[in-house]
Design a protein around this ligand. Structure first.
Ligand code: TXA
Ligand code: MG
Length: 308
């Protein structure tokens, strides 16, 4: 059901969970200080308990109550918050539920920019645990309708289409800074800001680094990537001037704009998947996307989505 901000705040304060818009993707949010709420998040998403949640707060001052921010982490936060980056720091002793952080000594913190979640954080004075509002390993939602379709019993605040459309960049600042998940804030811009080469830790083959599961963001239909042709039994997703063919096709960005492509990615995957299931298509086929800047994040999502 669609609900308004006041109702959503009331639910959060009563240890219920609600889906909220952020500038990246919609989150399934609950009071991060409540074990009950955090447990509901894991259970609703069917997410394994060892995969910790991102804690959303209204500003850096709040974040510092929950994590040890070293100078590098402060620099990243001051430059990019509020915005699409999550910073991992050592956890401070606080009232954040241990369930939310999967008992780790570290904590993932983010100050989101979207005005609805910002207003709610400020009004409730609670930190929100909020993973993306999809079933575990499925495609993340960028519109209220995606959530209503997937979860019968989750109330949603409609904040329109998420402007970025892919999850926040994750940077681990607990030692030499490294990127754990590509996103809109790129490796280059972080390296420039920090004056050091920020590395990407590609741990696709391990789930010890939580949440970087190899298979993720997956539609139900088989997905082929880096393709240059689709046949009549396939759904094509083009980029720029690619012309894959296929029974149906969409274009992530006809102008070849990676920012536009990122914001359309999940919605088009969901549309393609729904159509493929309806019409019994063999697979979804995606054109090559340049592996540069935001294209790195898009390729990373597609590779995980294509994992069997
Ligand atoms: O854009 C986003 O970040 C969205 C919106 C809703 O804010 N949230 C999101 O959350 O993408 P989620 O749960 O789908 O992804 C969080 C990722 C997971 O891969 C998790 O394993 C990782 O962050 N994570 C959380 N805490 C961590 C920690 N202490 N160390 C390493 N990874 C952590
Ligand atoms: Mg997710």
């Amino acid at each position: 059901m669609l609900i308004d901000i006041k109702k959503a705040e009331e639910l959060i304060l009563n240890e219920q969970i609600v889906a909220l818009p952020t500038e990246t993707v919609y989150g399934l949010a609950g009071d991060a200080t409540s074990d009950t709420s955090c447990q509901k998040i894991f259970d609703t998403k069917r997410r394994p308990y060892h995969n910790p949640l991102i804690i959303h707060v209204s500003n850096l001052e709040e974040a510092i109550k929950y994590g040890e921010f070293n100078p590098l982490a402060i620099k990243v936060a001051k430059q990019f918050w509020p915005g699409p980056i999550t910073i991992i720091v050592m956890r401070k002793k606080s009232n954040i539920s241990e369930i939310a952080t999967s008992g780790l000594e570290t904590i993932a913190l983010r100050v989101p920019a979207h005005k609805i979640i910002q207003e709610m954080l400020q009004n409730t004075k609670k930190p929100f645990a909020a993973p993306s509002a999809n079933l575990y390993s499925k495609v993340s939602p960028t519109m209220a309708g995606h959530i209503i379709k997937n979860f019968k019993n989750v109330d949603v605040v409609d904040g329109g289409k998420s402007i970025f459309g892919i999850e926040s960049t994750i940077i681990d600042c607990t030692s030499a800074p490294k990127i754990l998940r590509h996103g809109f804030i790129t490796q280059e811009s972080l390296s420039v800001l920090l004056g050091i080469k920020v590395l990407f830790s590609d741990n696709k083959d391990s789930i010890i680094a939580p949440g970087m599961a190899k298979k993720h963001y997956s539609p139900s239909s088989p997905l082929k990537i880096n393709s240059d042709k689709a046949n009549q039994g396939e759904f094509a997703i083009n980029f720029g001037d690619s012309n894959l063919g296929g029974k149906y096709s969409l274009n992530l960005s006809a102008n070849g704009d990676l920012i536009e492509a990122a914001s359309n990615l999940y919605d088009m995957l969901i549309l393609a998947d729904d159509t493929a299931l309806r019409d019994n298509l063999e697979s979804i086929v995606v054109a090559k996307i340049p592996k540069e800047s935001i294209g790195l994040a898009i390729n990373d999502k597609l590779e995980r989505a294509a994992e069997k």
